[in-house]
Design a protein around this ligand. Sequence first.
Ligand SMILES: [Zn+2]
Length: 400
Amino acid sequence: MNCRVCESTNLELAIDLGQQPWCNHFLKKEDVGHEPYYPLRVIYCHGCATAQLDYTIPKETMFGNHTYLSGITKSLSDHFQAVAVEVDKRFFYSIPDKSVLDIGSNDGTQLKHFKSLGYDILGIESSKTTAQIANESGIKTLNEFFNLDLARRLGRKFHVINAAGVFFHLEELHSVTEGIREALRDDGVFVIQFLYMKRIMENLAFDQIYHEHLLYYNLKTIEVLLNRHGLAMFDATLSPIHGGSMIGFVTHAGKHMPSARSEALRQAESGDRSNDFETYLAFAQRIKQMKVENLAYLDAEKNQGLRIFGMGAPVKGNTLLNYFGVGTQYLDYLVEKNELRRGLYSPGMHIPIVIEGELSEVPDIYYVLAWNFKKEILANNQLLIERGVEFYFPVNPKEF
Ligand SMILES: [Zn+2]
């Protein structure tokens, strides 16, 4: 294979998480045990330093009907609001007839905030169900995959283009990036939000590695991609969302000088050798240790007769459960907020999902898979914590 970004063939295996089912493939009872497995391996490009999966499940399988809803958690909605307000204040506050295109617009949560700031909005969302939810709530959304062809068909340019949590997914990486260049006004700003690999490694958040995330970026590596398409990142800031995301501000090349804070982030990457192959190998070693430590913990608690439920049934949780081999021998249920997952089973480990508030039993321990909402979860469960219920975080994010 060739590198997805620079086409180099000088690729080397960095992290091997074995054979795993597609982690967003929550199962109906009759489908349990029939889910296909695929290799889950991160390879490193010695040409451009981009970490990426070497196996691609077709995007129509992965994104045709996903059940992730961004509006569900308050912290995510608050984050999207803050992004909209910042972009508007900094770049387009006094501009009339301003417009925004959101790529991978999900249920319209991000666009809702731009709409209230007076923007003409358009969403592009590949999941039919999710696009429908957005349209029904008055957020104009096309049920399509964004790429250069679609950008040309739209035939218009936007002040703001937003892409949150989609650049990891892109099978049509170059067509999408070129499409953004095409649809961005000369004075437009492209806001790119992506999981930050440096932070993933620091947090040992290996569960962010799954088949939908084909690429794992640092600043250095996303800039290789953007620069190839005549785009340049002039500012960037780290946000705690999803356990560590970068928000990059991008324009057509040559428009802005790089900000001091983005230069500081670039220096931190080189100082910490975040783009070196050896750093990836050390991360892979730590993941193996985590498996040993987690199984030892769960075994000890089960041997004492304690009941353990999973908290959350996030997509990423399935990477962790499948890699560790944590199934119903440890966890009776996964307790989840997203009602689209009611009554389903987790892929691979087949743990039944129940909806929060619909189960009267309380376990001794919650094994928290939705660790990126740590603050929210601890705040919402103070009563249980006072009653002695333990909340265990297999991935324990740094505060920042
Ligand atoms: Zn490369």
